[in-house]
Design a protein around this ligand. Structure first.
Ligand SMILES: C[S@@+](CC[C@H](N)C(=O)[O-])C[C@H]1O[C@@H](n2cnc3c(N)ncnc32)[C@H](O)[C@@H]1O
Length: 406
């Protein structure tokens, strides 16, 4: 059993970032035996050998479903949901957004996103705002998502709900089961999604990721929190579970002022960058497509230093952040190696899943191709990517090519 545990820990650690010590492993031997039978293999060892081959994905998915805990119920962590209902949702809806977007990340079988949709409908009706509610529920486990889509639950899952809401939002099924009414189901979409991967397209006004991060290894937690922050709206709120905290992620997220119920907002610098990126994204795209690759940005400094052989270096990064320090010439014609090594550093940073700061003041020359490279990385990076510059010439380059500065 121990050797199977170690092999499974490696497998789900590599593929999903799961911390096996937090998972339900007591039935592992039975699960592996059943998988061996289904694949016509001799036993658990052969299943784990087969997981190195073309069956890997199928085997990992089954293992994950068996290992993960999908415990959940309607109106879980009531104090937090009341805070969302009484203070947070009304504050966001006061700006009368046309669509109010909520993401329940790690939603298990669905009670959390349905509860959020019910609360949102209640607040929208109470305030009389003309806002459409859209809730996305995602989970790693496809089986849990299938249950969520059916929206049928035992009465025990609804016991923490306000009694009137049980009448308002559920229909009775047979033998003590309840079905979420279509009026709420219509507002909620479900998808299979791994938090260690690229997040769904944001921004979201509210994101919940409750009782999920605790199942992840530290690296996967960093990636997940970075991904969540990257799609949180500037004034949005991220909710984690009771007893969970985002201590150690202060560079990205800070406790919501006055909230004792585990709500977080984007840290100031990140919020500014996210606003800048949202408002300049379209302009950047247009400008970047107009600029010619060989265009050299004049920085008003003479003479240009000779191209450096290693123009990108990394300063010691603050926790959870990857810093790229620009040094020397970034011009496709004058120093193609400089641009190529920046490209490689950006690719590493994006793949590393951390938030990225580009310190641009050390650049002696920057061209349009470099701007496009950075803009493309900003679009593909699941985590916030910020360019810092204080020198006028660098700021001028950023303005010219629509590179948002944080
Ligand atoms: C205990 S449930 C929490 C459900 C709900 N958020 C709640 O608090 O009631 C944890 C869920 O996290 C999901 N999960 C674990 N790791 C995940 C990952 N890397 N990506 C997405 N979901 C994950 C599990 O499949 C499980 O359904």
């Amino acid at each position: 059993m121990q050797r199977w545990l170690e092999r499974v820990a490696r497998l789900v650690g590599q593929d999903v970032g799961l911390d096996l010590s937090r998972c339900r492993t007591s039935t592992l031997a039975d699960v592996l035996t059943a998988l061996a039978k289904a694949l016509g293999l001799a036993g658990p060892d052969q299943v784990l050998d087969a997981a190195q081959g073309p069956h890997r994905r199928w085997i990992v998915e089954r293992l994950i479903s068996a290992l993960l805990v999908h415990e959940t119920f309607f109106y879980r962590y009531r104090a937090q949901l009341e805070e969302l209902s009484d203070r947070v949702f009304p504050a966001i809806l006061a700006a009368r957004p046309s669509v109010f977007r909520i993401w329940s990340a790690g939603c298990a079988t669905g009670p959390e996103p349905y509860s959020l949709a019910m609360i949102a409908v209640d607040v929208v009706q109470r305030l009389g705002v003309p806002t459409v509610v859209q809730v996305l529920g995602t989970d790693l486990a496809a089986e849990a998502i299938d249950v969520a889509k059916k929206a049928i639950y035992p009465g025990s899952a609804t016991m923490d709900m306000p009694v009137a809401w049980r009448e308002q939002f559920f229909e009775k099924e047979e033998a003590g089961w309840f079905r979420v009414k279509d009026s709420v189901r219509r507002l909620v979409r479900f998808d299979v999604h791994n938090l260690a991967h690229r997040p769904p397209t944001g921004p979201f006004h509210v994101i919940t990721c409750r009782n999920v991060l605790m199942y992840l290894q530290q690296d996967a937690q960093h990636k997940a929190v970075g991904a969540l922050a990257s799609v949180l709206a500037k004034d949005g709120v991220l909710a984690v579970g009771h007893g969970e905290s985002l201590r150690g992620f202060e560079n990205l997220l800070v406790p919501d002022r006055g909230s004792a119920v585990n709500l977080y907002r984007l840290a100031k610098g990140i919020a500014m960058a996210s606003e800048a990126m949202a408002s300049e994204a379209m302009a950047s795209e247009a400008m970047a497509s107009e600029a010619t690759p060989s265009e050299l940005m004049s920085l008003g400094e003479k003479p240009l230093a000779p191209p450096l052989s290693a123009p990108v270096s990394r300063a010691k990064p603050p926790k959870n952040t990857h810093t790229i320090v620009l040094k020397g010439v970034y011009d496709e014609q004058a120093n193609p190696q400089g641009v190529a090594s920046l490209k490689a550093a950006l690719a590493d940073a994006v793949a590393g899943g951390l938030s990225v700061i580009i310190e641009a003041d050390g650049a002696l020359s920057l061209d349009g191709a470099t701007a496009r490279l950075i803009l493309r990385a900003m679009r593909t990076c699941p985590m916030p990517m910020v360019v810092h510059a204080t020198r006028d010439s660098v700021k001028q380059w950023a303005r010219r090519y629509g590179v948002p500065l944080g």
